[in-house]
Design a protein around this ligand. Structure first.
Ligand SMILES: [Zn+2]
Ligand SMILES: [Zn+2]
Length: 231
């Protein structure tokens, strides 16, 4: 029987990151630089935003799932354990006002508040993290367009942080890059919360059997397939 890699609905963030490594690590290393991968994150994210403008939930969903997977490829290449970074940045609290749910706007918070972490609250699964983000930043307190603009903003900050780190190779810039990665992740969760969809469930459908296009592990899509591919 052929070996199968898949994302389960109860996947942890770490397991999903490892799935991406198993299926896409080889072609990523051979074909793509970090900048190529950043372009793919942005390219599919923008298609997802177009889905928001056109009120096409399916278009938004599939494109953001692919953008999210390219993002995980970047995490793998940079050896960032994104699950730990997310928990460090969002320990069931807003990273800025330190509250759940967030009161940044209402209280007009002007500087980052110090926060104490309760390890018992740490979610175990990707779905648990998505639910946590909905508690911190409830979908009903914003529009999906707002969530989409925030996602685009964080993608820009992530690229900027990567550019700065690659320019100077300083440890503090790498730490900033890790924070920006956690922020980008949180915004992906927020858009799915606004869509009323579970990221883990949708990933488990799209990635039920290796690469979603060629169905192989490692993925054998050729460079042209990947660059021509669009939803
Ligand atoms: Zn806040
Ligand atoms: Zn493939």
């Amino acid at each position: 029987m052929k070996y199968m890699a898949s994302v389960k609905q109860n996947t942890t963030i770490r397991e999903y990151q490892n799935f991406v490594k198993e299926v896409y690590g080889l072609p990523n290393d051979r074909y793509f630089s970090l900048w190529d991968m950043v372009s793919n994150v942005e390219r599919f994210m923008m298609r997802g935003l177009k889905g928001i403008r056109k009120n096409d939930k399916e278009k938004t969903k599939i494109n953001l799932l692919i953008a999210f997977s390219w993002f995980m490829s970047i995490m793998n290449q940079l050896h960032i354990d994104i699950e730990s970074q997310i928990w460090k940045r969002f320990p069931y609290l807003c990273s800025y006002c330190g509250l759940c749910s967030c009161f940044c706007k209402e209280k007009n918070i002007k500087e980052r508040q110090s926060i104490s972490v309760d390890e018992n609250k740490r979610p175990k699964t990707l779905e648990g993290f998505q639910n946590m983000f909905n508690k911190i930043y409830p979908a009903e307190k914003r529009t999906i367009e707002h969530a989409g603009v925030h996602l685009a903003e964080e993608a820009g900050e992530f690229s900027e942080a990567l550019l700065i780190y690659r320019g100077g190779h300083k440890d503090e810039d790498f730490e900033n890059l890790e924070l920006e990665a956690a922020d980008f992740f949180s915004c992906i969760m927020s858009v799915f919360n606004s869509l009323g969809m579970s990221v883990a469930k949708e990933l488990s459908t799209t990635f039920s059997d290796n690469c979603h296009l060629c169905k192989n592990v490692p993925c054998t899509c050729n460079f042209k397939d990947i660059t021509d591919f669009k939803f």
